[in-house]
Design a binder for this molecule. Structure first.
Ligand SMILES: Cc1cc2nc3c(=O)[nH]c(=O)nc-3n(C[C@H](O)[C@H](O)[C@H](O)COP(=O)(O)OP(=O)(O)OC[C@H]3O[C@@H](n4cnc5c(N)ncnc54)[C@H](O)[C@@H]3O)c2cc1C
Length: 460
């Protein structure tokens, strides 16, 4: 990697692409690393040509131009683009990444713009471990990137805009959808409706998704208060309970998740302060409004800062890059800054309305049965966690991890961490933030056995 400490951008989703393009167009040459083979991230991923026709209408107008702008700057050498490159560790002056050939290499850095996005919030459902259970994003990615469906008849269980979008995209691609089961009640959506007008395009897309499902005759259940997956060797059905009924829907795959949470691992390694927000019951990294963290030279943008959608992520990436240019003493267009900051408030209003329309079903998580597996990687049940809390008076999640192995597996607690925290807090009778969150440690992503250190440059 380069001799002069470069400006690094981690993640080429909407936020990272916008940040890198803004820096390149200001005459700098950022280095952009992304573990994915192509730019676009989760929201603006380029659809597989075999699936692009039915899916194109779901993509926002900004996706393709943003990808083109980014790739054009990379072609012209204005951006150092490293696809298929996974950042595994970072310190206050150096970053390590695993390249596509299995080499682990490192570089120093002068400024760091972190845009690693968010991951899905999983809620362990009874019977969620046999083959055939995917996250909503996993099912959507199979459709978008590989043009294949995770099942012939798929059930969608969860909450959040991704639930409706992914289900409608499956219908548009001719996949049979067994049911859409949302824990949010109709009342939640109606109460949030006035504030959802803050982003008419996304509101329109949401309403269009419900129309597609209705026209396809897909059963839709709201206010779901219990859900279980049926099937020993593989998924056979889902059982959904609402206040009015309990129904079983035959299916051969289930796509499930309950909203998005920021990816904070790299920020942890840099000791960026992480704060708890009771409102959403989630943890967020500390930044100023333009994405500067309290750690000198470290900037944060997109869903890794605040989960607000692709357009908001792109805007945050641009704002963060402009803040970085200001810090370098470069001239910045103040009118552009002011316009972006106004837009940012509009996106924040919409995101708050979405959080109201699709609240996280905490009661469902509190009610997880003892024999339900919480940590899928290590096969740890809720009973093991609750018994450890009682037996060892555990009051903190990292101690619970050490005692039970929950969170020690391949995902390093990315998926089970939030549920583990809630179960420990409930068993202990304390508030959610009192039990803390799982500490991150390098490598933040699993390394393949073939990984090897890059040959050090021979010292002249
Ligand atoms: C699974 C999922 C599906 C979604 N689908 C849609 C959709 O269809 N439409 C929509 O409008 N919104 C969708 N969203 C929301 C939307 O993705 C986001 O709001 C938007 O893409 C956020 O932009 P971002 O740049 O912050 O993050 P992302 O788009 O998530 O991009 C982050 C990028 O960082 C990379 N990265 C992460 N960690 C590392 C690392 N350690 N090393 C190297 N690279 C790394 C990832 O590969 C990714 O390309 C989805 C979100 C998720 C999680």
């Amino acid at each position: 990697m380069s001799a002069e400490p470069p400006i690094l951008v981690v993640g080429a989703g909407p936020a990272g692409m916008a940040a890198a393009a803004t820096l390149a167009e200001a005459g700098l040459r950022p280095m952009v690393l992304d573990k994915a083979p192509s730019p676009g991230g989760q929201g603006w991923r380029a659809p597989n040509p075999a699936a692009s026709a039915p899916l194109a209408s779901f993509d926002s107008d900004g996706a393709e131009p943003a990808r083109e702008r980014f790739l054009e700057l990379a072609r012209r050498g204005r951006i150092d683009w490293y696809p298929g490159t996974t950042v595994i560790d970072v310190t206050r002056d150096r970053l390590w990444a695993l390249g596509p050939s299995g080499e682990v290499d490192s570089t120093t850095w002068s400024r760091l713009v972190l845009c690693p996005g968010a991951i899905e919030r999983i809620l362990p459902l009874p019977g969620w471990t046999p083959p055939g259970v995917y996250t909503l994003g996993g099912a959507q990615t199979a459709l978008k990137a590989q043009a294949c469906a995770v099942g012939r008849r798929v059930a969608f269980v969860g909450t959040g805009p991704l639930l409706w979008l992914a289900a409608a995209q499956h219908v548009a691609c001719g996949v049979e959808v067994a049911v859409v089961a949302d824990t949010a009640r109709l009342g939640d959506g109606l109460a949030a409706a006035p504030a959802l007008l803050a982003d008419r395009d996304r509101l329109r897309l949401g309403l269009r998704c419900t129309r597609i499902l209705r026209r396809a005759g897909v059963p839709v259940l709201r206010g779901v208060r219990a859900a279980a997956i049926v099937g020993e060797q593989r998924v056979e059905a889902v059982r959904i309970a609402t206040n009015r009924s309990e129904r079983t829907f035959a299916c051969d795959a289930v796509a499930t998740s309950f909203g998005l949470v920021p990816q904070l691992q790299l920020l942890d390694l840099l000791d960026v302060p992480i704060r708890f927000e009771p409102e959403g019951g989630s943890w967020f990294a500390e930044t100023d409004p333009d994405g500067r963290t309290p750690v000198r030279g470290v900037h944060l943008a997109g869903d890794a800062a605040r989960v607000r959608g692709a357009a908001a992520a792109a805007l945050a990436g641009e704002l963060t890059a402009l803040a970085l240019l200001e810090d370098l003493g470069r001239p910045v267009d103040t009118a552009r800054l002011a316009r972006l900051r106004r837009e940012r408030h509009r996106h924040a209003r919409f995101a708050r309305a979405l959080a109201r329309a699709f609240p996280f079903p905490a009661a469902l998580e509190d009610a997880i049965a003892d024999d339900t597996i919480v940590c899928r990687c290590e096969g740890i049940t809720a009973r093991v966690l609750r018994e450890a809390v009682r037996a060892f008076e555990v009051g903190e999640v990292n101690r619970a991890k050490a005692l039970t192995r929950c969170g020690m597996g391949r995902c390093q607690g990315r998926f089970c961490g939030p549920t583990m925290a809630r179960l420990v807090a409930r068993a202990r009778g304390v508030d959610l933030d009192a039990v803390g969150r799982l500490r991150s440690q390098p490598p933040v992503e699993p390394l393949p056995a073939r990984a090897r250190l890059a040959e050090a440059e021979p010292v002249a």
